[in-house]
Design a protein around this ligand. Structure first.
Ligand SMILES: Cc1cc2nc3c(=O)[nH]c(=O)nc-3n(C[C@H](O)[C@H](O)[C@H](O)COP(=O)(O)OP(=O)(O)OC[C@H]3O[C@@H](n4cnc5c(N)ncnc54)[C@H](O)[C@@H]3O)c2cc1C
Length: 376
């Protein structure tokens, strides 16, 4: 029987980008925070590792466009606090399906975010690594985040304001008590007023086994093993980009961006359904071949023979909207559906608001029935 060996205002389960951001925002508000992560720093078993994630503001509606815009000054604040560079603005381009561009341009315009529509020849002159055959939406306040450095900086920033960040510490159970919750790891039980579950692909099983007075009503969370690939560039100057399916592109849409590891491209959410404990970490050859075919057809600025593929987890809700909500002493931040990284510091703020009781969950991010908004 483990004894109570610690107390905190808030225990956070999961040290990916979301749990780390929540730890930073909560600790900065003066809460005593313990963050428990089952693996070591920089591990590659979840969703937050690697050298790059797209940061962009163009979504099909104002909800995520607005959240992404809110994230930008918070990423810059993180850089100022830690002296670490995490966000590089390269601009972002969308091309392909005209309706996808129109919806994004409308959301950017509604929020007063600078953007422009270019013809394919002008876009090709600016970004010779990409072949364009439709009009192109460009917005400059976009680019890439360095994923590993972001998580590390969030951990450092959180620790700097007092958070206790513990790696290699697996949470085995969560249970309600008369005064809050207890979070049980191997040999340790921490009593807290509140628990934040930011456990990515492990969220569903962790909560299914929890002994809670009130159980969060999660939407279905589907975990897939995705496989982005990197290619060696032969030209400089890469924006982050999304090529929307339709128009000249058959098959899946493709996202891409420059990174320290080369030009990364990937399909969005097409990987096999897996469990995090039993997945094989092996990129599917057919999927890799599709990315090589895409690079050959659409990316004159890379060497298609230089492909190196990796794997990473998506945890996706039915409508691709995130889950950031609270019931009783439990807040859940999960289901980031393959597009959550860019928002992490804002999600940290939303979590801190929920824990503090400052506000209710945003409608599209609630447990249970909720209004879906455009999440692409
Ligand atoms: C290939 C790929 C490309 C992507 N591209 C982009 C992009 O360009 N832009 C963008 O914005 N987003 C992108 N995303 C999505 C983004 O990376 C994720 O939404 C985000 O990383 C999710 O973070 P998380 O903290 O929720 O999950 P995770 O990073 O998986 O973190 C959850 C953590 O909880 C820990 N944990 C689980 N159970 C326990 C336990 N019992 N005890 C202790 N710890 C536990 C896990 O070990 C893990 O570290 C991409 C994702 C992938 C896979």
């Amino acid at each position: 029987m483990s004894r109570i060996q610690g107390r905190a205002d808030v225990v956070i389960v999961g040290g990916g980008v979301i749990g780390s951001a929540a730890a930073w925002r909560l600790a900065e508000r003066g809460r005593s925070v313990v963050l428990l992560e089952q693996f070591g720093p920089g591990h590659r078993h979840g969703a937050s590792h690697g050298s790059s994630r797209i940061y962009r503001q163009a979504y099909d509606g104002e909800f995520y466009t607005g959240l992404a815009a809110r994230a930008l000054p918070l990423w810059r604040a993180l850089e100022d606090t830690t002296g670490t560079s995490v966000l590089t603005l390269t601009g972002a381009v969308d091309h392909g399906l005209p309706a996808a561009l129109a919806a994004k341009a409308k959301a950017l315009a509604a929020l007063g975010i600078p953007h422009e529509l270019l013809d394919p020849a002008e876009a090709g002159r600016r970004w010779p690594g990409i072949r364009f055959d439709t009009r192109v939406l460009h917005h400059p306040d976009a680019g890439r985040l360095h994923a590993d450095r972001s998580v590390q900086a969030l951990n450092h920033a959180a620790a700097h304001v007092g958070a206790d960040i513990r790696h290699d510490d697996v949470v085995r159970g969560i249970r309600s008590t008369a005064t809050g919750v207890e979070v049980v790891t191997d040999g340790t039980t921490i009593a807290a007023a509140h628990v934040v579950v930011a456990a990515g692909a492990w969220t569903r099983s962790l909560l299914a086994d929890a002994q809670l007075d009130v159980v969060p009503e999660l939407p279905q969370l589907r975990t897939t093993q995705e496989q982005p690939a990197h290619f060696v560039p032969i030209v400089a100057d890469w924006p982050s980009f999304v090529h929307h399916r339709g128009a000249g592109l058959t098959g899946e849409g493709i996202y891409g961006l420059g990174s320290e590891d080369g030009i990364k491209i990937g399909e969005h959410g097409t990987g096999p359904v897996v469990e995090p404990e039993t997945r094989d970490y092996r990129p599917d050859p057919a999927g890799v071949e599709r990315l090589v075919d895409y690079a050959t057809a659409w990316l004159p600025g890379v060497d298609p023979s230089s492909v190196v593929a990796d794997t990473c987890l998506y945890t996706t809700t039915p409508d691709s909207n995130f889950v950031v909500d609270r019931v009783g002493d439990v807040t859940v931040a999960a289901g980031f559906s393959g597009h959550g990284f860019k928002f992490a510091p804002v999600i940290g703020e939303l979590v801190a608001d929920l824990v503090d009781g400052r506000s209710r969950a945003l409608e599209p991010l609630r447990f249970g029935a909720r209004q879906a908004v455009a999440a692409r």
